[in-house]
Write a protein that binds this ligand. Structure first.
Ligand code: GSH
Length: 270
């Protein structure tokens, strides 16, 4: 019995859905946890994931948390195409990308997503429910200081201290990808791997936020070509688009477009 706890706009959940789809594995049950309504804070879910984050996988009653670990588990536990290269050097490159995502790009993405879109969505909860939503976040969550950081970003928006550095850090990863993709077809080498699976949600997040200007029009042509190849894969729609409700897809697009001038200014494009 395979179960996945996930959410439509969660980058980490999309990463796991992508790995599952590439392996040809279909979970028996998909549990939708609406992290913008606070469903991650229920006592039942906290028993599964004490950090109150998605995704969580339950395989034959065993809980597996942490999207990078889940993807590695999916690759090892199920038949299907190998998502880890044979060559030890390529495997090392793959793991460096996964580590960078976990340590830097994912925390940056949480901030960029909240400042440009999700803060507008959670404000719809109304002041009382918003207070409850923000105070329910455990100290150890998306990052070790997510509770205070989320509050700060929701309240201050682009005036939150450090937000500009965060956005520039995100942008710097696109440049790192471009450099790598000048050498190899895929991020770890000439084979599609968990590195591509790990980075796709972060490029797709920008795309869904109407921020594709970060690589289009000749700014980062290798990243653009890589993302086009990934979007053409059969697994892309089911992993990245189909689980995102229409209203949320629209919010990402509209609030993202409204924030794009700020992001553009911060990364020095205007
Ligand atoms: N290190 C965790 C991070 C998971 C994470 O940050 N999930 C986000 C969505 S992508 C979440 O559930 N956020 C809940 C919140 O912000 O309260 C993993 O890789 O699984």
């Amino acid at each position: 019995m395979l179960e996945l706890y996930h959410h439509g706009s969660s980058v980490c959940a999309a990463k796991v859905r992508f790995a599952l789809a590439e392996k040809g594995v279909v979970p028996d049950e998909m549990h939708y946890v609406d992290i913008l309504k606070g469903e991650q804070f229920t006592p039942e879910f906290l028993k599964i994931n004490p950090k109150a984050v998605v995704p969580s996988m339950v395989h034959d009653d065993q809980i597996i948390n942490e999207s990078t670990v889940i993807c590695q588990y999916v690759n090892e536990a199920f038949d299907g195409p190998a998502l880890v290269p044979d060559d030890p050097l390529a495997r090392a490159r793959m793991r460096i990308w996964e580590k960078a995502v976990d340590e830097q790009l994912h925390p940056a993405c949480g901030e960029l997503t909240f400042v440009s879109c999700h803060r507008h969505i959670v404000m719809r909860l109304g002041e009382e429910k918003l207070k409850e939503f923000l105070s329910s976040t455990p100290d150890q969550s998306v990052t070790s200081k997510w509770k205070t950081r989320k509050q700060e970003i929701v309240r201050l928006g682009f005036d939150a201290p450090g937000i500009e550095d965060t956005i520039r850090l995100y942008d710097s990863y696109l440049f790192k990808m471009e450099d790598t993709l000048k050498q190899y077809q895929w991020l770890a080498g000439d084979q599609f791997s968990l590195a591509d699976i790990a980075l796709t949600p972060y490029v797709n997040r920008l795309d869904m936020l109407s921020m594709f200007g970060m690589w289009s029009d000749g700014r980062l042509p290798k990243v653009e070509a890589w993302f086009e190849r990934i979007k053409a894969m059969n697994s892309f729609g089911p992993a990245f688009l189909d689980w995102c409700p229409e209203e949320l897809t629209n919010d990402l697009k509209v609030f993202g477009a409204q924030s794009w001038p700020d992001v553009k200014r911060i990364i020095g494009m205007s």
